[in-house]
Design a protein around this ligand. Sequence first.
Ligand SMILES: [Zn+2]
Length: 260
Amino acid sequence: MPPLADLIAELSELIAIPSVSADPAHQGDVAAAAEWVAERVRRAGGVAEVISWGERPLVIGEIRASRDADSAPTILCYGHFDVQPPDPLELWESPPFELVDRDDWLYARGTADDKGQLYMLLKAAELLAAAGELPVNLRFACDGEEEIGGHSIVDWVATDERGADAAIVFDSGMVERDVPAFSIAVRGLCYFHVSVRTGRRDLHSGMYGGASLNAMHALMQTLAPLLPPHARLPAELRVGIVPPSEKEQAGWASLPAGPA
Ligand SMILES: [Zn+2]
């Protein structure tokens, strides 16, 4: 393992590129960050290219397993190299694009989302490959528009025919220091537009007020039974849920308590 100072110096290079995707003035920086990431894949012994996908770059690359690459599993690694705008600048205690160590915490825009994580993937791949111990094939697919809700990476995945045996979306946090978190599932999202109409035409509130059915009240009455009355969803909405195994429960019990 290289000295920590060397790792921080390398990460500082990526951090120093102000790849703010929301600001068109930084488009060149987003491209520069893409090049930086591609170069890291190459430095690890892989191949990588920066491709244009719409208006923004994607980095697509791969590093072959050290042994038996043709039969080794393939992991697709994702991280994003763009960052949120750093404003308001006056609230920063140190320049946003300068990686600073304060009390054992690294501060700078993108350190925790997502340049730090992406760098860890790239560096781990480089070190394992250099040692001849990379046990899997790695594919990299990284974008520069995650922070503005871009979908270039999703579109790319949809067109990619090679696929992978597993994917790492390394864009999340740690449970606490020295305890990394693997999110193995998300709870998903249901999104609806609901329209409620209770009359064929508008009615004057002064004339019909309390007597006619109010669409807002009808909507509230419809939705209220769906809410968890005692921190539990109604039974109808729990149909089909697989109870957690004892092993899962024991794992959860070992985690630090979250906010009450
Ligand atoms: Zn992120």
